[in-house]
Every structure is written in C-alpha cells, then in structure tokens.
Design a protein around this ligand. Structure first.
Ligand code: C2O
Length: 534
C-alpha cells in the first residue's frame, strides 16, 4: 500500500455553459473536479486550500473513515469549516473498499460545482470478480444553473418556498447540444468495436434522481456504491444523488454514433428540471455524415422502471466478498421522513417549507458535533433522537392538520459494534416523495422495501438476509419504505441525511453518535493538529 498525495486548490473561475458565463467555485479550476485514484489499503492525503470567499469543507462520500471521522468532512458535524485563506489536510486510509465513490463540498450548496470521482482500484494483483474491462471511463452526472447557485438557495430560504430548479443536467460537465445556443459540443466517448468499457457513473446532481442510458446498448451493472453486485443487464440505470454505479458497456457494433443520455426520475407532483443531458459514444471509423442513434429515456414518472432497477440489485455475496448482514438486532428503529410547514413571519406565505425525520427538523450546531463528543462539551447536542415517530401518522394517506415539526440538534447514541435495523418510511405530510438517504461512516444492507405503510408484523418476514445490496445511499420509494441494517463498528459522529440538497437544507437530517469500544482498535483517533476551529 502507498501514500497518495493530492492538492486541492479551491478557486473561483469563470465558466461558460448554456451560453452564459458566471464565476463558479472549483477545485484546481476544473468542472467536474479532478478524479482521485487510489488502491484499497492506500492512505490518501488531500491538502485542501481555501482561496474563495466561502467557508468550506469537503466530504469523501462513501469512504468508511474507520476511526478517522475527523476526515469525513460535513461542516459542523465532523469539523468546523476551512475558512477563507486557511487549509486542512484530509488524511484517511481506504480499508476494505474498492470501486467508485466521489467527493464533494459539504457546506452551503457549493457541491453543485465542487465535486469529482474517487476511483479505488483493488489491491495490486487482485482481479475484479468479472472479466477485466479493456478501458475505464468516469462519467459524472450533474446539474447546472445559469444563476449563482448560492443565490438560488438564499432566495428560497428567504421566501420559505422551494428553490428554482436547474437549467440543465450535465454529463462530465456538458449538457450536450442545446437549442438557441451553439455550445462547445458535449462529452464524446470514442470507442473501438468489440471491447468492454467500464463506466464509473456518479450522480453529483443536487436535487435530481436520474435515468441513464446509451442508445442501442445494454449495460451490465457490476458494482454500486463501491460494493460488488451480482452482474445484471439493463437498458436503463437509475441513479440518485450520492449514488455511484459501475456498468460494463460492450461495444457490439462495428461503426456508428450512439447517444448517451440522462434525464430526471420524479414520480411525485414536484417540479423538476426536465432537461435531458446528452453525450456521444462514437465508434472509430464512423463516417462523419452518419446520424447519431437517439436514446429514448423513460418518462420522468416511470416508477416501474425505477422499481425494476432497484429490485435487480443484489450483493455479489461470493466467498471472497461475503455479505455480512447483521442477523441479531440491538436497535430497531423506525424513522419517518417527511416535509412539513413551520411558521415564518418574514416568509412569503407566513410559513416556510421544512423537512424532518421523526418530526424533528435538525438544527445545525455552531461547533462541530464530533469535537463536542470527543472533548465532552456540554450543550452542543442531546442524544435523545426518537427511535419512533412521536405522532401516529397515516403515512401515505391524507395530510394531518398539524404540519409543524419540532426542531433540535438531537442525536441517536449507539454502543460500539451494536447492530441497527432502521426502517425509513416516506409520508404524505405535504406530498409523498422519494428521498435518497445517505449514511456517513457505514455501508448498510438494504434488506427490504415496499410501497405504502410498513407492516411491522408481516414485512420483516420477507426481508432478504442472504444477499441484499450493500450501499451508502438508498432511495426511500415515494409513499413507501425501505429497511436497512448495519453494524455500528465505527466510533464517532455520523451524519445521515437526504441527498436531495434542498431536503437537507430544510432539515431532513440527523446524526448517530457511536461510542468507543473497549479494544485497542475500537476508539476514535485523536484530532489532527490542523483541524479547523469554529
Ligand atoms: Cu454525499 Cu453528507 O453527503
């Protein structure tokens, strides 16, 4: 294993897209940002230098950060932000993981442009559990606003209403051809016939789940969220913000140009950006006059396509990569995820849209929770997060009279190595809606999911405890539920939130605090000397 050094200079840069130019925050001037390459067991040191006017922090999404919560990155959860002119070295070892993950800013809405892929190769000499692809390609999907993204969210916070949707989706930074704007072309993937290309797909969009497709080709999914799955073929990939998917593209044609495309999935009456991002898969030796074969994406409300994709995911569960699903459960939790409405005298309607877990809209602290935990500072958080919703909702039925939520910086405490089953239930408080929930510090197994209200008696009997998919971000179906299990084998404070940025902003977030274990390797390491102060 090696030590890999990276330097991230966070700088402002003018960027032109959709025929308009604006300054954006970037890492090293790049959009999307640079890809980090490492192998399993490597130690990675990334020096982040803040040259912009915003406070900053960067999260290494999906990296377990065993005992190194100080390097996880969510602002005010595991660290105070890196202030303008300051720097911080993120230092972590990649243990037991290989595959595609990604990094992104974890403060304000800066992740709109501050993000990039993390490619973790297997240990030297260890093959993939599928035929080695001829080539690997990173495909980062994103969202683009013509206006300043911080202005978009600040406006929404002021009005109490939903923010404007984006103006385009992007593939590796490009929307593809747009009417009324002769843009600089788009992402083009040149290919040779009869080869295998592994696409490492990342959804870095702020608020949109996406369908992804390549015209005329099937894709074989082999990995999600840096865990191997039983390979399966599909026309269309569903990928939520936060998720990553490795899929093999077999170039079975001799010549031709084929459209690669991404468009939104939304099966609730919620406004989305309807823009379809396009790129091209271009066979060598194709005559330039040949027309591109177009891709037909599912309509945005294609719930069956989304469900079929999610249901196809199974852990590889081989001898080398067994699925270690916890069978005995210490903490059985039931969390509702919903939107609500709280009073706001300065807002447009005298109220603001909020979001919550178990009716608690999370309030960000002024100092980092991990420091408060490690140094035993009182008064920063309480560890009384409710294990069950305090109100009996009819989750998928009509609106209750009272849409108000409680507020608080409440955490749920777990003993080291205890096991957790968590059922996440979507509700119809304002409107049911799919929520991609991300847990920091752990992978979890998705042991069950369904539509409607979770049945505490019958649904657990149908759980898959053999080969459930293991991941770090899972979509709670619109008006449905999902059940996950994980082992709390990582001491520290771990954020859990909806990866739709607007829902996080509105309060759909909480954190687990995992205490140290007794063994020599079971405690949180002390903070690094350059850890930023609040
Ligand atoms: Cu990818 Cu807390 O986020």
């Amino acid at each position: 294993c090696r030590i890999r050094h990276y330097k991230f200079n966070v700088v402002q840069k003018n960027h032109t897209q959709l025929c308009s130019t604006k300054p954006i925050v970037t890492v090293n001037g790049l959009f999307p940002g640079p890809t980090i390459y490492a192998r399993e067991d490597d130690t990675v040191l990334i020096k982040v230098v803040n040259h912009v006017k915003y406070n900053l922090s960067i999260h290494w999404h999906g990296i377990r950060q065993l005992r190194t919560g100080w390097a996880d990155g969510p602002a005010y959860i595991t660290q105070c932000p890196i202030q303008p002119g300051q720097s911080y070295v993120y230092n972590f070892t990649i243990t037991g993981q290989r595959g595609t993950l990604w990094w992104h800013a974890h403060i304000l809405w800066l992740r709109a442009t501050v993000h990039g892929a993390i490619v973790i190769l297997p240990k030297l000499g260890v093959p993939y559990p599928f035929p080695t692809p001829d080539k690997e390609v990173v495909v980062v999907l994103g969202e683009w606003w013509k206006s300043d993204v911080e202005a978009v969210i600040n406006e929404a916070k002021k009005s109490g209403l939903a923010p404007n949707v984006s103006d385009a989706h992007t593939i590796n930074g490009f929307p593809g051809p747009v009417s009324n704007c002769l843009s600089k072309g788009g992402f083009n993937l040149p290919v040779e016939p009869k080869k295998k290309y592994m696409l490492r797909i990342v959804n870095a969009a702020l608020n949109e789940e996406l369908f992804f497709k390549i015209a005329g080709h099937k894709l074989t999914v082999v990995e999600v969220d840096a865990t191997y799955v039983k390979p399966f073929q599909t026309d269309t990939i569903l990928i939520a913000p936060g998720q990553t998917t490795n899929a093999i593209l077999s170039t079975d044609f001799q010549t031709g140009k084929f459209m690669m495309a991404a468009s939104p999935f939304m099966d609730a009456p919620i406004a989305v950006d309807n823009f379809t991002a396009t790129a091209t898969v271009h066979y060598a030796d194709t005559q330039s006059a040949i027309a591109t074969t177009l891709a037909t994406l599912p309509p945005k409300n294609a719930t069956p396509v989304a469900t079929k994709f999610a249901d196809s995911l199974r852990s590889l569960n081989s001898n080398t990569y067994p699925a270690k699903v916890p069978l005995k459960i210490d903490h059985s939790l039931f969390f509702t995820v919903s939107l609500g409405i709280n009073p706001c005298s300065t807002c447009v309607n005298g109220s603001r849209v909020v979001a919550d877990i178990n009716n608690v809209s999370f309030v960000m602290p002024k100092t980092a929770l991990l420091q408060a935990h490690f140094f035993n500072l009182k008064g920063v958080f309480t560890d009384d997060f409710p294990a069950n919703p305090p109100i009996k909702y009819n989750y998928t039925g009509t609106q209750p009279k009272n849409l108000r939520t409680m507020t608080g910086t409440r955490l749920y405490r777990l003993a080291y190595n205890s096991t957790v089953q968590l059922v996440l239930q979507d509700t119809a408080m304002i409107s049911p809606e799919s929520h991609p929930i991300h847990l920091h510090g752990f992978n979890f197994f998705v042991v069950g999911k369904g539509v409607g209200n979770f049945n505490h008696k019958n649904d657990p009997k149908k759980f898959n405890l053999i080969d459930p998919v293991e991941r770090n971000t899972v979509g709670v179906p619109t008006g449905g539920w999902v059940a996950i299990r994980f082992r709390a084998d990582n001491p520290g404070v771990w954020f859990m939130h909806c990866h739709l940025e607007i829902h996080t902003t509105w309060g759909l977030k909480m954190a687990f605090v995992v205490d140290d274990g007794k063994g020599p390797d079971e405690s949180l390491l002390p903070p690094p000397a350059d850890l930023p102060k609040c």
